[in-house]
Design a binder for this molecule. Sequence first.
Ligand SMILES: Cc1cc2nc3c(=O)[nH]c(=O)nc-3n(C[C@H](O)[C@H](O)[C@H](O)COP(=O)(O)OP(=O)(O)OC[C@H]3O[C@@H](n4cnc5c(N)ncnc54)[C@H](O)[C@@H]3O)c2cc1C
Ligand code: FES
Length: 257
Amino acid sequence: MSRAQVQGVVVARARVAEGIHRLTLKCPEVASSMRAGQFVNVRVRDDGWDPLLRRPFSVSRVDGDRIDLVFNVVGVGTKAMSSYEPGRSVDLLGPLGKPFAVDADFETALLVGGGLGVAPLPALTDELRRRGKSAITFLGARSRSQLYREHLFELHVATDDGSEGHHGTVVDLLSVYLGEHTVPSPMIFACGPTPMLRALGAFAKERSIPCELSLEGEMACGIGLCQGCPVERVGGAKRYALVCTEGPTFRAGEVIV
Ligand SMILES: Cc1cc2nc3c(=O)[nH]c(=O)nc-3n(C[C@H](O)[C@H](O)[C@H](O)COP(=O)(O)OP(=O)(O)OC[C@H]3O[C@@H](n4cnc5c(N)ncnc54)[C@H](O)[C@@H]3O)c2cc1C
Ligand code: FES
């Protein structure tokens, strides 16, 4: 898998939902080589050492030589990124990590995103469509105002407050959907908060549906050097896997989330 330290140039920045920003960067090196599920590690500081560590973000979508990053402001790095202006150069490391298994043996992809876990799903949708596979998307958010739903198809929504779609969790919504529809040879691809991934992993196991989870735990180097992103494996010779190089995508049941 190719990876490099490259410079992206900000082409556009937009507020796309409540507290959610999209940064579009011209970055031909990442755009031409990245696969859905991979991420870039962004250097958010200008000068000096603060913040020391890069911040990881899924590549949300590729359009020609441009990539989109979609994020919400939670701290110093994302606050800085939310004020980047067009023309600014951004230091990136990527594409990093293991992509989604789009070539696995399935007919229908069930895409499940919780909160900002929606970020990698547009790129995944594009890649599935290029392969002629169908995708049904299930999106969960606290409220309608926090839904980012661009470039997603066959979309079903759940909100915690009931302001749109199913009133409840996105895992409940998926369960209701599968109770009412016959889906040929499904496979679940999911990204979102850990409790959602845990519940989804259990649901998939119960229904014997293959399932891949993209983890978004905290990270440092992003390239397998610092050992700062371990996740416990289930069985096998090695006790831990590194999320940055052996993930962020894992088969449900392969690791303990
Ligand atoms: C592979 C990968 C892909 C990611 N993709 C996206 C994405 O597409 N969009 C997006 O919005 N976020 C994504 N994240 C999470 C993102 O990296 C963090 O939100 C970001 O690093 C926060 O930086 P900060 O400087 O703003 O916050 P900090 O100042 O570093 O932290 C602020 C608060 O957020 C918490 N925090 C920091 N990082 C994480 C994390 N990874 N998970 C949970 N809590 C965290 C801290 O503990 C702290 O409480 C991804 C993470 C990984 C590992
Ligand atoms: S973040 Fe350094 S090894 Fe994974």
